[in-house]
Design a protein around this ligand. Structure first.
Ligand code: SF4
Length: 291
């Protein structure tokens, strides 16, 4: 959408906002720098980088309040669960709303008059139109230009390729538990340093986040980044194991989509404005709480 606006195919936008969780793959930061240099700056569109902190550091810092990631939990009785996802709200939605309020001239907690709002473009394509939603605040009005143009994901890829941007990487935290095996393999096989980083993080959060442990709210089970609920460097990311097949075959209707999700990740991922229809069930309340 930034390129479409810069090229005059869509109207000129005032700003583009990137919510930085502090833990994106290096490829995403380089890509963002390139977009800024080659597309945004020449078109005089400022890219505003906003942040609520570094999600990786916050999870491991006993002194920081941490908004939990959707981790896979294995309880002592063998039952599986997930922690509630709070990170998208904290690390993406919150800093974007804060910046929008500033741009409107009504920083929190100022009351924003009814007729003051931004038009916010959300890049959802026609193949995922069900994710298009209204904003949850009056001062933001969502529009979905790609849907208005009738553009599918393939149209977007074709357009990006025509601009020499065929290698646009997917934005998400390096260690997001929503990754599918494909993404984990990609990190392992193309970026050894980042692989070591996610493996170390996975080991570090096994007993829950640092703040919860420090305050005595220990996790009763163990937490993992991979849905197989084994340490990431031992997880079956190269293929779906027989055990996984067997477990998933209990629900034949769901089998194809579950296997696809194992491979490519949670379909709706972490888009701040198109939250998934069904949030993962909380295994034990908030991440780290044993009560
Ligand atoms: S990419 Fe994953 S870990 Fe990062 S904020 Fe989104 S859901 Fe949370």
């Amino acid at each position: 959408m930034l390129a479409l606006s810069a090229e005059g195919i869509l109207p000129k936008i005032d700003y583009a906002i990137f919510a930085d969780t502090g833990w994106e793959p290096k490829a995403v930061y380089s890509h963002l720098d390139r977009l800024e240099r080659e597309i945004a700056k020449p078109a005089r569109i400022p890219i505003l980088r906003v942040t609520s902190g570094n999600i990786r550091n916050d999870a491991l810092d006993p002194d920081r309040r941490f908004a939990s990631m959707p981790l896979y939990i294995l309880n002592k009785d063998g039952k599986e669960g997930m922690t509630r996802r709070q990170c998208t709200g904290e690390y993406k939605i919150k800093p974007i709303k804060k910046k929008v309020r500033e741009l409107l001239g009504y920083p929190h907690p100022a009351r924003i008059p009814r007729d003051v709002f931004v038009e916010q473009w959300v890049g959802i394509s026609t193949d995922e139109f069900h994710r298009a939603k209204d904003a949850d605040v009056r001062y933001m009005r969502n529009r979905h230009p790609l849907i208005d143009m009738g553009w599918s994901r393939s149209d977007c890829i074709r357009y990006l390729s025509s601009l020499g941007l065929a290698d646009t990487p997917k934005s998400s935290c390096l260690g997001c538990p929503f990754h599918g095996n494909q993404q984990w393999r990609n990190i392992r096989d193309t970026s050894p340093e980042e692989w070591l980083d996610v493996v170390a993080f996975d080991a570090a959060i096994r007993q829950g986040n640092a703040r919860a442990n420090a305050s005595g709210n220990r996790l009763l089970g163990q937490a993992y980044l991979h849905r197989s609920r084994v340490p990431l460097d031992e997880a079956p990311i190269d293929h779906v194991t027989a055990a996984e097949w067997a477990a998933r075959q209990q629900n034949l209707d769901n089998r194809a989509s579950v296997v696809e999700e194992l491979e490519t990740g949670v379909v709706d991922g972490c888009s701040p404005w198109a939250c998934r229809g069904a949030e993962p069930e909380s295994a034990q309340g908030d991440f780290g709480l044993a009560s």
